[in-house]
Design a protein around this ligand. Structure first.
Ligand SMILES: Cc1ncc(COP(=O)(O)O)c(C=O)c1O
Length: 426
């Protein structure tokens, strides 16, 4: 077969882009060579609808083993009693939970998207907001932290069937105990979407939501440093049936409801090559080096937030407990939008994303903020000492976002330094 030069040239250029720049998107990371090897393996050829031991296709004995290995390793990482490793993505893991726990039109409560929440927690353009009745809580304007009082007030007044904790742009630890308490009071299911801090949680650096929530979802590709995908977990609450009755009148366990919500509810055949790569990443997460890595992610984020504050930027909530931070550009550069800032930084090979800040005066297309995260640069080997250098470069670009000569100088400096942090073995 003729080699597809056109496509592989595109991949080569993306590899060059990843290698030469500083990657600060909080939800990105670089997986290990063995994770990539598993993803690019012959397992992609296999259809395996169903679950290990209960498939709708023949010849699944081998992939049953890799899926079971992924399940067992994931349980160990979070001390979980039950897991599903098949969701193709974080949004699909969340969709399966909605399907298992709610009927169309039911009320649920999640963090406001413009205050750090995720699309799949109730955005009007997402299945969650289109098919269900979304209610939202905010962060407080004065300190940028979750407004638990407001959350409790809405929960008591509206009695949603599901309460979601977890965010895409929130840099602080959560008070899971407090949310669980109000969920129990009103008989709601408490779900935590730990997609962003999952790696830090696995390393024991943040509280483990599996101990507090009925159901936990996650992506596997952010701080966790696995392949692109999703998972669902349950802790000791897993035997509770919560009285959901099937059309045949039988009461089903939540684990069974979730399994059938993933398949056949929202997905067909599982991506067994990705599940194998998840197993590899979970194995890596159980090694002692993983804790060292996650600790460095956290230290780098704290150092970076401090450097931004020292340079006169407003960091929402005044710092970070995890891997990410949200910068409100308005205090230092009132006329600079997140959109323009992102574009100027990308031109300097510093990749980040524009983000709305709580109580933003601009739209989601313009925004007044930028989100930064340290998982990828930490995988690359950068330490606290380099954070001041990175913030200095960002500040130089944002001070003159239209000065292309200045941007070019910053880019040359970025490229010259990043050569010192090799990325891919092949
Ligand atoms: C909190 C949270 N949940 C879910 C998702 C969705 O994950 P995916 O992009 O894999 O669907 C994200 C992605 O950014 C996220 O931040």
């Amino acid at each position: 077969m003729q080699r597809d030069i056109e496509l592989f040239d595109i991949i080569r250029r993306e590899r060059d882009r990843q290698t030469r720049g500083i990657e600060l998107i909080a939800s990105e990371n670089y997986v290990s060579d063995q994770v990539m090897e598993a993803m690019g393996s012959v397992l992609t050829n296999k259809y395996a609808e169903g679950y290990p031991g209960k498939r709708y296709y023949g010849g699944c004995e081998v992939v049953d083993e890799s899926e079971k290995l992924a399940q067992e390793r994931l349980k160990k990482m979070y001390d979980a009693c039950w897991v599903n490793v098949q969701p193709h993505s974080g949004a699909q893991a969340n969709m399966a939970v909605f399907m298992a726990c709610l009927q169309a039109g039911d009320k649920f409560l999640g963090l406001n998207l413009s205050h750090g929440g995720h699309l799949s927690h109730g955005s009007p353009v997402n299945f969650s907001g289109l098919m269900f009745h979304a209610l939202e809580y905010n962060v407080k304007e004065d300190d940028g932290r979750i407004d638990y009082e407001q959350l409790e007030q809405i929960a008591r007044a509206e009695r949603p069937k599901l309460i979601i904790a977890g965010a895409s742009a929130y840099s602080r630890e959560w008070d899971y105990e407090r949310i669980r308490k109000v969920a129990d009071e009103i008989g709601a299911i408490f779900m935590v979407d730990m997609a962003h801090p999952a790696g830090l949680i696995a390393a024991g650096l943040l509280k483990n939501p599996v101990k507090y929530a009925h159901i936990v979802t996650s992506t596997t590709h952010k701080t966790m440093r696995g392949p692109r995908g999703g998972v669902i977990l349950m802790g000791e609450d897993f035997p509770n049936p919560w009285g959901k009755t099937t059309p045949k009148g039988e009461i089903k366990m939540m684990s069974a409801l979730l399994d059938s919500a993933v398949f056949p509810g929202v997905q067909g055949g599982p991506l067994e090559h990705v599940i194998a790569a998840k197993a590899v990443a979970f194995g890596e997460a159980l090694m002692p080096e993983y804790k060292t890595y996650q600790l460095q992610v956290q230290k780098n984020a704290a150092a970076m937030a401090k450097c931004f504050i020292d340079k006169g930027y407003k960091v929402i909530s005044g710092g970070t407990d995890n891997h990410c931070m949200l910068i409100d550009l308005r205090t230092k550069f009132p006329d600079l939008t997140g959109k323009i800032a992102e574009k100027a930084l990308v031109a300097a090979d510093i990749t980040t994303n524009k983000n709305m800040v709580p109580f933003d005066s601009r739209s989601a297309f313009q925004t007044s903020g930028l989100r930064f995260g340290t998982p990828a640069i930490t995988t690359r080997g950068l330490k606290e000492e380099q954070m001041a250098w990175i913030v200095e470069l960002i500040d130089r670009v944002l001070t003159e976002p239209d000065n292309s000569q200045n941007i070019e100088k910053v880019r040359a400096e970025v490229n010259a330094q990043m050569v010192k942090y090799p990325l891919f073995a092949w």
